[in-house]
Design a protein around this ligand. Structure first.
Ligand SMILES: *Cc1c(COP(=O)(O)O)cnc(C)c1O
Length: 303
């Protein structure tokens, strides 16, 4: 299998000199139009493993607007796997055509099984997986969000030797898989800062299980009330950032992280002379679905 997409570039974000820090964004969002950013990194070694073990079906889990579901569906279409998505929310069954993420996944050939929220909570139980095997046959199981040991191995390839001159590496956090890989491949003199996209008190413990270094910290100040929660301050920030720097940000992860980095820069939380690298983990496919929800709530849209 040829699975070697291009390396991403670090884009300089030109800040007023009085801030006294330098900011770069690693454009992992540009790796692939649909298998974006960290989802590519997390899937890479899992696909190699699936192929080695002779599986031709990938089965995974996700919510209605999941970047991971979109990425797995696209991987299936690109590399010749059959894909099955177990989707949270039975009510979505009749609404696939109104949901840009699910519509895209379906166009890639993904087959869905919609389950209730209470059934969905069983997604890691042996019994649940066993029943799915009876229903769909032998499949390679990728957990929700794609986080497992092979995913973390893939995320260890995000930082390169050339990135060792950065003092801070910043990353959005969902399950913590991506930041774990970044932490493992960071240098002793670097600090890795995580920006959880949700209220996740459990995350520090989860990440500790995966990492070999102690040079990291999570900041709980920029989740905007919880997963996929958003307000007009964040929307305005995302739009202004794109206008000024020509870098699109997604509303669920990278928008919150970059908002947080700017807030910390304004508040002089980084020592003068710091070189900061922010990882753009992708997720731009989620903008369309978010805009549909913003429209219903009469909030400004992301453009
Ligand atoms: C999934 C995702 C994350 C979170 O990654 P984890 O490994 O679950 O912490 C961050 N950013 C984007 C754009 C994502 O799609």
């Amino acid at each position: 299998m040829i699975f070697n997409l291009e390396k991403s570039i670090n884009q300089h974000i030109c800040l007023p000199t009085e801030f006294g820090v330098e900011l770069y964004i690693k454009r992992e969002d540009r790796i692939h139009p649909h298998i974006s950013g960290n989802k590519y990194r997390k899937l890479k070694y899992n696909l190699i493993e699936a192929e080695t073990l002779g599986f031709n079906i990938l089965l995974t889990f996700g919510g209605a607007y999941s970047n991971h579901i979109a990425a797995v569906a696209s991987v299936g279409a690109t590399f010749g796997f059959k894909t099955i998505g177990i989707i949270r929310g039975e009510e979505l069954k009749s609404k696939v055509k109104d949901n840009p993420t699910l519509k895209f996944a379906q166009s890639c050939g993904m087959q869905f099984k919609f389950v209730s929220r209470s059934d969905y909570r069983e997604k890691t139980s042996e019994e649940f997986i066993k029943n799915l095997k009876e229903e769909f046959g032998a499949f390679y199981h990728i957990p929700e969000g794609g986080t497992n040991a092979l995913a973390i191995k893939g995320c260890e390839e995000i930082l390169t030797e050339a990135d060792k001159s950065f003092n801070y590496v910043c990353c959005a956090v969902g399950t913590g898989g991506t930041i774990s890989g970044i932490i493992n491949s960071s240098k002793q003199n670097q600090k890795v800062l995580g920006f959880p996209a949700l209220k996740g008190e459990f995350l520090t413990k989860d990440i500790s299980k995966f990492v070999t270094h102690k040079n990291w910290e999570l900041t709980a100040d920029y989740h905007f009330g919880g997963f996929a929660k958003i307000n007009s301050v964040l929307i305005t920030f995302i739009n202004q950032f794109k206008n000024t720097y020509h870098v699109p940000l997604d509303p669920v992860y990278t928008g919150k992280m970059v908002y947080g980095i700017f807030d910390m820069i304004y508040k002089s939380k980084f020592p003068k002379g710091s070189k900061i690298l922010a990882i753009h983990t992708g997720g731009l496919q989620g903008i369309e679905g978010m805009n549909m929800r913003l429209k219903e709530k009469n909030l400004p849209l992301i453009y």
